[in-house]
Design a binder for this molecule. Structure first.
Ligand code: ATP
Length: 241
């Protein structure tokens, strides 16, 4: 037994109008674990992430956080209960400073004013480059630094569950390594992480303990990473092409 799930997703369906993009997907996330969500373009990964964080409505099925039903809650209410997303594409407020982006995260997570400076220091300790650049506009950061800021802003909400959509996309290798190191550290601190990732080698090379392969909106493989080879996963991703 691996303990009670923190996030318990059962038979979730997400659709765009009549187009069902995610069909009855179930998954469980536990504290201190990373589950990788892989699949080719259009498989439904982002749609599932957006359903879980409340950016898209869930048509049927349930999403439980700590056993409580959050299926119909708006995104901000999920954030305040400990479920936060890092959306695809390095989303930051480009015209705001690094610091002000982080403060928005702190406010979203209900961090009190009196704790703000100490929380910022904790985030700068984790991501020193953000401390160095705290007065600069986010737009002036490199792509890799913006992805760090997006992750740090999500952490500022003090999540217990983190959904991370393709954080390595478009980043130089040195930043890919930094992103994976940051996620591994968060896992070791007890976060439950769902990670959408195209880099199957990285996923199986140690960062994820569980792997879910989506194909046309359905789970086609679900296993411990240690039971799967890169070839197994690549085959299951591309077999139906
Ligand atoms: P990618 O790796 O390209 O981001 P993905 O696995 O995240 O792929 P989704 O973006 O979730 O896939 O797309 C799943 C399906 O839903 C695809 O068929 C896509 O065309 C469709 N889809 C995605 N966004 C919309 C939208 N806004 N309106 C209508 N259909 C959409």
């Amino acid at each position: 037994d691996r303990g009670a799930p923190l996030l318990d997703v059962t038979d979730v369906r997400v659709a765009y109008g009549d187009l069902v993009a995610v069909w009855e997907v179930s998954l469980q996330l536990r504290p201190g674990g990373i589950t990788a969500l892989v699949g080719r373009n259009g498989a439904g990964k982002t749609t599932l992430i957006n359903g879980l964080c409340g950016l898209l409505p869930v048509r049927s099925g349930t999403v439980l956080l700590d056993g409580r039903d959050i299926t119909a809650l708006p995104p901000w209410a999920r954030v305040s209960r400990g479920l936060t997303v890092v959306q695809e594409g390095k989303r930051v407020f480009r015209e705001l400073t690094v610091r002000d982006n982080l403060v928005l995260g702190l406010r979203g997570g209900g961090v009190k004013r009196g704790e703000r400076e100490s929380e910022l220091e904790r985030l700068y300790a984790r991501f020193p480059i953000l401390g160095d650049r705290q007065r600069q506009r986010a737009a002036d950061l490199s792509g890799g630094q913006q992805q760090m800021l997006a992750i740090a802003t999500a952490l500022a909400t003090r999540p217990r569950v983190l959904l991370v959509d393709e954080p390595s996309s478009g980043l130089a290798p040195v930043f890919v390594d930094l992103v994976f190191e940051a996620l591994a550290a968060l896992r070791d601190e007890g976060l439950a992480i769902l990670l959408v990732e195209q880099l199957v080698d990285e996923v199986l090379g140690g960062i994820a303990e569980d792997v879910i392969v989506l194909d046309r909106g359905r789970v086609v493989v679900r296993d411990r990473a240690s039971n799967l080879s890169v070839e197994d996963v690549a085959t299951s991703i591309y077999s139906s092409l």
